[in-house]
Design a protein around this ligand. Structure first.
Ligand code: ADP
Length: 474
């Protein structure tokens, strides 16, 4: 093989050097490109991670928002909030505190494990602890180490046994007002960062709205229940009033029928005897006696009816004073003595000592006792009438009893004798005077006095009427 010349070798060396230089240049370029590629890749990775994180946050916020809108039960809202926060940040504990509008204390409404039982319901004075500070200032607080922050309330650590080092607390705002705080805690130092804060704040906004919605819903719900209850009560009142009106209307019709009936008898008699008087004037003396009697009866009846309607209409005209029950009894007994003696009836008075004083209208009370005495005299063919008074301290009442040894009242009549115009069977067709109004007037008066009138009776043995009235205040 032919040897290379020196020039040839030099030329080859030159070429090789050129190639090395060009290789070096491309290596440098290649290195630059590689660096740029790595940088690019790294940047993309960071962006991708940020996006993924942001996506996670948005998905969470969306889910939380949806859950909150769907939940109107306050406790459930609290539970959802804390569960979302806990699973998102994987922290030791998180808690939700609300301000008590009355005391302005911060009350722990819900806590995630492990110390929920201890902290739940806990009350912090206004401004106490980091939670109290956030509630008062309305600003979020990120504490990397509680040992370096004086606001930290060490009482919580002592009670729970947890040594809390990191705390992140955000306020819950509703319409320019802080209603509470959301707090996440952990035992590691510097456990939370700005990203956590950025995530927790919008979550707190949704939570606050959810809490407010649930509260409003609760208010509306209780208002609706109250309204429904009021409507039901009012409806019930109206239907009772309607029933009473119907009953009153019936009573009124019956009253008018009864009055017409009662008035017709004396009027018919008067007409009849006037006619006879015209035909047989020589018997005028006898007829005039009857006419007189019937006119008397008529006037009597009209008077009683007038009294009765006055009582119905003018409840307010009853004048209550302290009345000595013994005095009233004596007065009525004196007025009935001659009638009783004319029928050979013994009249006895057995007064309580000291004399009971009742709250009553004296004139009305006299009328009641007089009616009872009238009946006792009318319905007692022989024997005695005993009037007695006594005090019933336990009931705060004093009572007067009118007891007779008369014909008594049939058990079937007893429920009706206080009804207007009711007369006992057998009595109506007898010659015993009466119109069936005496007891109903007595009952109306006693009802106005907030008292009681009762009767006990045995046929052919006698009856006892008892009137009890409230004791007068001394
Ligand atoms: P009147 O006596 O005018 O019939 P009241 O209203 O006073 O009307 O009494 C109603 C009815 O009660 C009487 O018709 C009578 O049947 C019965 N009654 C009332 N008091 C007595 C009594 N002391 N003894 C027996 N029956 C009585």
């Amino acid at each position: 093989m032919k040897e290379k010349t020196r020039e040839q070798l030099e030329q080859e060396l030159k070429n090789l050097r050129q190639q090395v230089a060009s290789l070096k240049a491309s290596e440098a370029r290649w290195r630059q490109t590689e660096k740029a590629l790595i940088r690019n890749l790294e940047e993309r990775l960071v962006t991708e991670e940020t996006l993924r994180q942001r996506n996670r946050e948005l998905t969470l916020l969306h889910r939380v928002g949806q859950t909150f809108t769907a939940t109107l039960d306050l406790d459930q809202v609290f539970a959802v909030i804390l569960e979302e926060v806990r699973s998102l940040l994987e922290v030791v504990a998180c808690s939700l505190w609300l301000i008590d509008p009355e005391t302005e204390e911060l009350i722990c409404r819900q806590v995630t494990d492990p110390q929920s039982k201890i902290v739940n319901g806990w009350r912090l004075a206004p401004g106490q602890g980091i939670a109290g500070w956030v509630a008062q200032h309305g600003e979020s607080v990120l504490v990397g180490d509680t040992h370096t922050d004086e606001r930290h309330f060490k009482g919580v650590d002592r009670q729970t046994g947890l040594l809390l080092r990191s705390i992140l607390t955000v306020p819950l705002w509703v319409k320019q007002e802080v209603i509470g705080v959301l707090q996440v805690v952990d035992e590691k130092i510097n456990r939370f960062n700005e990203t956590d804060l950025r995530l927790l704040e919008p979550l707190a906004t949704s939570a606050a709205i959810a809490i407010e919605n649930a509260r409003l819903y609760k208010q509306v719900e209780s208002y609706a229940v109250e309204m429904a209850q009021r409507v039901a009560e009012r409806t019930q009142e109206l239907s009772t009033a309607y029933e009473q009106l119907k009953e009153l209307d019936k009573l009124k019709s019956r009253f008018v029928t009864d009055i017409s009936h009662e008035l017709r008898t004396p009027v018919t008699n008067i007409k009849l005897y006037l006619h006879l008087l015209q035909k047989k004037p020589h018997k005028s003396e006898r007829y005039l006696v009857v006419i007189n009697e019937q006119t008397e009866r008529l006037m009597n009846l009209v008077e009683v009816i007038t009294d009765l309607s006055r009582l119905d209409l003018d409840e307010t005209k009853v004048k209550f004073t302290a009345v000595n029950l013994n005095d009233i009894a004596r007065q009525v007994i004196a007025a009935h003595r001659s009638r009783a003696e004319a029928s050979d009836l013994e009249l006895i008075f057995d007064p309580a000592q000291p004399a009971p004083s009742v709250r009553a209208d004296p004139n009305q009370l006299i009328r009641v006792i007089a009616n009872l005495m009238d009946n006792a005299v009318n319905y007692t063919p022989s024997g005695q009438i005993r009037v007695s008074t006594h005090i019933n301290k336990e009931q705060g009442q004093a009572c007067i009893e009118v007891q007779d040894t008369g014909m008594g009242i049939d058990a079937e009549d007893l429920p009706y004798i206080f009804d207007r115009f009711y007369r006992g069977r057998g009595v109506g067709s007898s010659t015993i005077p009466g119109n069936g109004l005496g007891l109903s007037i007595a009952k109306t008066i006693i009802d106005l006095h907030k008292g009681e009138i009762t009767v006990e009776s045995q046929v052919n043995k006698g009856s006892t009427f008892t009137v009890c009235l409230p004791l007068a205040k001394t």
